[in-house]
Ligand binder design. Structure first.
Ligand code: PRP
Length: 220
């Protein structure tokens, strides 16, 4: 691969991006431009390291990486499972820890136990479908929503939801609870399969540095 090629990173916007940049700083990779919160720039360059970073909506990160528009992506495991893109998952970054759960009011427990037909609202229709059809062998109707999923059982759109639970406070404040856990989640580093071959040395070195740093401090 040509010597001056930039390694391009797609970072999921928000908390994950901030934690990723903090972790990268610890291994000596900084991107000063990105710290300016007023900027409208979309792509940031570290000339010394020949690296470029851009922020994207979480669900778009695996897309950029699959098509090779980004060599590397940092994104939640929830998004990786939902998007099912052809990408390599290479590292668990240990932060962004939460759980994918089936949640609802206590009265929905009976429907789950008896495997009765019900409606399931979620921002993650593929994860919800896989869980109910392949793991629980329960026929349900999946309703795709884009946010504030906890509203669905409250206003009668669905009996339960499949959603992320971090602190549990959104559930508590809305009279809902975790009924079943689907899987634990955390932030992951993903790599384009062609980049993994063509830029193997740089990417392998980066993974090794990150692993070393993560083993020092598991509270990043
Ligand atoms: C996520 C998730 C839950 C909430 C869980 O929503 O969908 O609603 O966070 O966090 P908690 O257990 O700490 O309360 P997000 O804030 O991303 O917004 P959204 O509802 O628009 O998806």
């Amino acid at each position: 691969m040509e010597e001056n090629r930039y390694l391009t990173f797609a970072l999921g916007k928000g908390r994950l991006a901030k934690k990723t940049l903090a972790l990268f700083e610890k291994i000596g990779i900084t991107c000063e431009e990105m710290k300016d919160t007023d900027t409208r720039k979309l792509i940031f360059v570290n000339e010394e390291e020949k690296m470029r970073f851009f922020l994207a909506k979480g669900p778009d990160v695996p897309t950029y990486v699959e098509y090779g528009a980004a060599d590397i992506g940092i994104v939640g495991e929830d998004t990786i499972l939902e998007e099912k893109r052809k990408i390599f998952e290479v590292l668990d970054l240990g932060f962004g820890k939460c759980r994918m759960c089936v949640c609802g009011p206590q009265k929905a427990v009976g429907l789950l136990q008896k495997r009765e037909w019900m409606r399931v609202a979620s921002k993650y229709p593929n994860i919800a479908k896989d869980y109910f059809y392949n793991k629980r062998h329960q026929t349900v109707e999946i309703i795709k929503l884009n946010g504030s999923i906890e509203l669905a059982p409250i206003v009668g759109l669905s009996e339960v939801i499949v959603d992320i639970v971090e602190t549990g406070s959104t559930l508590r404040e809305n009279g809902l609870e975790v009924l079943e856990e689907v899987c634990p989640l955390s932030a992951r580093m993903v790599v384009n399969p062609v980049s993994m071959k063509m830029e193997n040395e740089r990417i392998t070195r980066l993974i090794a540095l990150l692993k070393q740093e993560l083993s020092k401090d598991s509270t990043v």
